[in-house]
Design a protein around this ligand. Structure first.
Ligand code: GDP
Ligand code: IMO
Ligand code: MG
Length: 422
């Protein structure tokens, strides 16, 4: 049985926390897209730990963690991540499996990311500069390097060919602010270390697990509004962050997918450029940022904050067939007089309840206002004990989204998680 866990907004919804929380129910956790642009926070022994490429089941001894073919992997950052994770008690050597078909992020991909963003000036995407876009571009352009190549005798030759192609583009951008020799030294050092891990044809492995009736959790990175096809293009990432990505990024057929668990914050954030119709560019936005510690887990950048956007959430639920919801960071809303929710868009003065083609910086939202709550809810373990105002907000969201909210998160810790059987 395969369940899918997806972020429904612009990323950073709390996927890491919930994947780690749910892992005891699964034999396998697998990543299917994205790469070190992701930053998934888990609380391990009271300390925050951030994962970038490793799946969030890595701290559970009895769970196999797979990096699927749809992922892009930077050996340099990956080895640093492995060292941090082993030190924190993660079961990397025993439990990690890496697809031979995942694509390699090369030093020149990272330089190209920086060059392309610099050239865009004001119109920049706000990329994490981890080389994601250029690596997926080479993959789709059929000139990428898959990780299995590190075992091939032609690896250096193929590396050099790819590097030369990228250098021509970097030259075209007129970008010179990099030290390729130093980057290459790090890269080849990390590749050397990478070889000792367990590489697999992950599509066969995953399907064998399905045949053996194992439970698999496919862990998404980023969020639905960053999807390359359906997100706020061009202010998106370069992979399919919606449910379709599971099929192509792991080799899982659609009929094997049972539950699609969608994760959203009780409000909304975005890091990087692009439209954000419910953004609060005022003191309330700053209050959300302060109370929610809304600074990027990967880059440390301040996240833009705003009220929940129900138009975008409904769209994300529709695209992925979400049948279970987790509402995160509900505790952060304590103390606001009212809690607002965007229920429609105003595009050039026209009201719309769809995320249309013309979704751009000029979209504003129409709001519905709900009473806020003052109580500290971070220690509550039982749904019935939540203040009525919180329960009313949940009921309102469920009726708007036509989907039940099964998990309510009231803090970053594993135990700060209220489960409801609905
Ligand atoms: P991800 O990328 O979706 O895994 O999310 P991030 O880890 O980038 O960002 C979520 C942040 O919120 C992390 O710092 C988490 O520790 C924290 N977090 C998760 N759930 C809650 C919650 O219910 N309340 C609060 N206050 N923080 C939370
Ligand atoms: P997790 O998995 C939030 C954003 C970047 C930028 C855009 C493109 O932690 O939720 P990229 O580096 O992919 O070319 O950047 O996407 N972005 C994220 N925002 N959370 C993420 O991952 C993100 N990964 C990419 O800020 O706007
Ligand atoms: Mg994150």
């Amino acid at each position: 049985m395969v369940d899918v866990l997806l972020g429904l907004q612009w990323g950073d919804e709390g996927k890491g926390k919930i994947a780690d929380f749910l892992t005891p129910k699964y034999d396998v956790v697998a990543r299917f897209q994205g790469g070190p642009n992701a930053g998934h926070s888990l609380e391990i022994n009271g300390k925050r730990h951030v994962l970038n490429t490793l799946p969030s089941g890595i701290f559970h001894e009895n769970c196999i963690n797979i990096i699927g073919n749809g992922v892009v992997l930077d050996p340099v950052r990956f080895m640093e991540e492995i060292d941090r994770t082993v030190e924190a008690g993660g079961f990397v050597e025993q439990n990690l499996r890496i697809s031979y078909k995942a694509h390699l992020i090369l030093p020149t991909h990272k330089i190209l990311d920086a060059a392309s963003e610099a050239a865009k000036g004001e119109a920049k995407i706000g990329s994490t500069l981890r080389g994601i876009g250029p690596t997926y571009r080479d993959k789709i352009g059929r000139s990428g390097l898959r990780i299995g190549e590190i075992f091939s005798k032609d690896f250096i030759l193929k590396y050099k060919q790819s590097k030369e192609r990228s250098l021509a583009l970097i030259d075209h951008y007129g970008f010179t602010d990099f030290d390729l020799d130093a980057m290459e030294e790090e890269f080849f050092g990390a590749v050397e270390r990478l070889r000792k891990y367990q590489f697999v044809n992950s599509e066969y492995l995953v399907n064998q697990y399905i045949t053996d009736n194992k439970n698999i959790l496919a862990e998404g990175a980023q969020g639905s509004m960053l999807d390359i096809d359906f997100g706020s293009y061009p202010f998106v990432t370069s992979s399919n962050t919606t449910a379709g990505g599971v099929c192509t990024g792991l080799g899982i057929a659609p009929r094997h997918i049972e539950n699609v668990i969608g994760i959203f914050k009780a409000y909304c954030t975005r890091v990087g450029s692009g439209p954000f119709p419910t953004e609060l560019d005022n003191q309330q936005g700053q209050d959300l940022r302060d109370k929610g510690s809304e600074y990027g887990a990967t880059t440390g950048r301040p996240r833009r904050c705003g009220w929940i956007d129900l138009v975008a959430l409904k769209y994300a639920i529709m695209l992925s067939g979400v049948n279970k919801l987790c509402m995160m960071k509900s505790d952060v809303l304590s103390g606001f007089d009212t809690v607002d929710a965007g229920v429609a868009y105003l595009v050039d003065g026209n009201r719309s309840t769809e995320v249309g083609f013309d979704y751009s910086g000029s979209v504003n939202a129409e709001f519905v206002s709900k009473p806020g709550w003052k109580e500290d809810i971070t220690a509550i373990q039982d749904y019935d004990v939540l203040p009525d105002t919180v329960k009313d907000y949940i009921t309102f969201l469920e009726s708007q989204l036509d989907t039940g909210i099964n998990i309510i998160s009231v803090g970053p810790g594993r135990t700060q998680t209220i489960e409801r059987n609905i």
